[in-house]
Design a binder for this molecule. Structure first.
Ligand code: FRU
Length: 507
């Protein structure tokens, strides 16, 4: 080794604890090496690679100057950072707000050629004056570099202030592309044969669902029921910025005939009852032989995103989740669980034999677990009758703890983060979060992904989901179980490996 190589190697090593080793830095979730991110954009599976584009300010740790960042993955777990995909253009199109990408295999847009089909992005260009229109960009090198279509925008603003976040898919029965976008309090649907000329089809709006904030980031897609029937899902983020509610990604189950979406009912349903999942949308183009519908969200909330106490990055994505349509008490419901690829970062599995939550052996297994990176897959057996709450607690010697409690009496999954991080800059960061739980079962599953400063909780096979950031003062140093002796617990726990460990040097 010559001196130069040694110097370079030393520099590389020295940078490891800084980037991706900082306090609160997620180790099993995607974040940008530096600076602000929000919504996932352009989720597309293209020639064997999952693409994740995202709202990004490459010059600061605050929202603004929006570009599209880019990362790729083979397994939805390990991510490789790529160069910026769409650059802000303040003197022209403006800022690059949220949108989508599709693999234009037939070259319907004419932006590529038969031998070189383009990747096409439809996104919101927002001028410095704040006028939002939909624009098109394309890539001929699998997403590495992008050209803007020279006659942008492709959908002009019709005089609506909030007019954004296009999401496109190929609708086989009508042989055309369908685009959904959010226009203040409604979702507008458009159709096109070439991704360039769009015709307005219909609008979906009040009285359906929650209107506690502006509607954003729609996603319309089909999903099969457990018995194989096809339903259509419309997922919409409801801005919680000026609202008191925690949950913010709602969805509707219904029918789409190629022009109009008709929901089965107009009730409120939420993909996640936690505070930290916003702008969630799904990947397009996953091959039919895989057949999964996979969503990812921005793991934050507009209620406090700008005050998240992290540096030099701010914001990360949720764990990618596979969506399933299950029969609920009132119609179909979406259930979600972490993608199976997470198993690839489990470092050995510890079996937990079914025993009382309070049994010494169970307590010992949990006590020995390092609480920062864990995948818990637990099954509780429940006796008949009234039950005290039971669950899992992460705690430290600093009197901080977060309790994940199952309260069967009230039918609730509770993530109580009120005793975490009393020094946080915004009290909303430490609120108690609750999700409804089906009552009356004799058993209950609880899956939990614990990252350094967050927990994602999937109860009842993913029917009740809560995602929560946890900005502690001191790291947690133990995991505990709690609850009445009659409740038994079994399952598997695994310590997870950091997804950045082997690639800290190349970011
Ligand atoms: C949602 C959102 C989108 C918009 C983007 C701007 O979080 O407000 O509606 O396109 O963020 O960054």
């Amino acid at each position: 080794m010559n001196k130069d190589t040694v110097r370079k190697e030393r520099k590389k090593r020295a940078s490891v604890p800084e980037l991706f080793g900082e306090k609160y830095r997620p180790q099993v979730h995607f974040s940008a090496a530096k600076y602000w991110i929000n919504d996932p954009n352009g989720l597309v599976w293209h020639r064997g690679t999952y693409h994740l584009f995202y709202q990004h300010n490459p010059t600061g740790n605050h929202w603004g100057n929006m570009h599209w960042g880019h990362a790729i993955s083979q397994d939805l777990v390990h991510w490789e950072h790529r160069p910026i995909a769409l650059h802000a253009d303040p003197l022209g199109l403006g800022y690059m707000f949220s949108g989508c990408a599709v693999s234009d295999e037939e070259n319907s847009s004419g932006m590529g050629s038969a031998g070189q089909p383009p990747l096409v992005a439809l996104y919101t260009s927002c001028t410095v004056e704040g006028v939002q229109s939909q624009s098109l960009a394309y890539s001929l090198d699998d997403g590495d570099t992008w050209q803007q279509y020279d006659a942008n925008p492709v959908i002009q603003n019709p005089g609506v202030r909030d007019f954004r976040d296009p999401k496109v898919f190929w609708h086989e029965p009508s042989s055309r592309w369908i685009l959904s976008l959010a226009a203040y309090d409604r979702i507008s649907f458009y159709a096109s044969r070439n991704l360039i000329e769009w015709t307005h089809l219909s609008d979906f709006s009040k009285p359906d669902g929650s209107h506690s904030g502006v509607w954003e980031c729609p996603d319309l897609f089909p999903l099969n029921t457990e018995s194989g029937d096809k339903k259509w899902l419309l997922v919409i983020s409801v801005s919680p910025e000026h609202s008191t509610r925690d949950e913010s990604v709602q969805y509707f189950v219904g029918e789409f005939d190629g022009s109009t979406f008709i929901p089965d009912d107009n009730g409120e349903r939420w993909l996640d009852y936690g505070a930290d999942n916003y702008g969630a949308v799904t990947w397009e183009g996953i091959p039919p032989k895989d057949g999964r519908r996979i969503a990812i969200g921005w793991m934050s909330s507009w209620r406090y995103a700008k005050e998240m106490p992290t540096y030099p990055w701010r914001g990360n994505m949720t764990i990618p989740r596979e969506l399933r349509l299950v029969k609920g008490t009132s119609g179909f419901e979406l259930a979600s669980l972490p993608v199976r690829e997470i198993e690839g970062i489990r470092t050995g599995i510890i079996e937990i034999p079914q025993a009382s939550v309070g049994a010494a052996a169970t307590r010992d297994i949990f006590c020995d677990l390092p609480p920062d990176l864990l995948d818990l897959d637990l099954h509780f057996k429940l006796p008949q009758g009234e039950l005290e709450p039971f669950g899992i607690r992460f705690a430290n010697g600093n009197d901080e703890n977060v309790e994940i409690a199952i309260d069967m009496a009230s039918g609730k999954l509770v993530v109580d983060r009120t005793h975490v991080g009393q020094a946080v800059p915004n009290p909303k960061l430490v609120e108690r979060l609750e999700a409804p739980l089906r009552k009356g079962s004799e058993s209950l599953s609880l899956r939990l992904i614990k990252d350094v400063a967050s927990v994602e909780v999937f109860a009842d096979e993913g029917r009740s989901v809560v995602s929560a950031n946890l900005f502690y003062d001191a790291p947690f140093d133990r995991v505990e179980t709690f609850g009445p002796d009659e409740v038994t617990l079994g399952g598997e726990v695994s310590v997870l490996a950091s997804i950045w460990r082997e690639r800290c040097s190349d970011v």
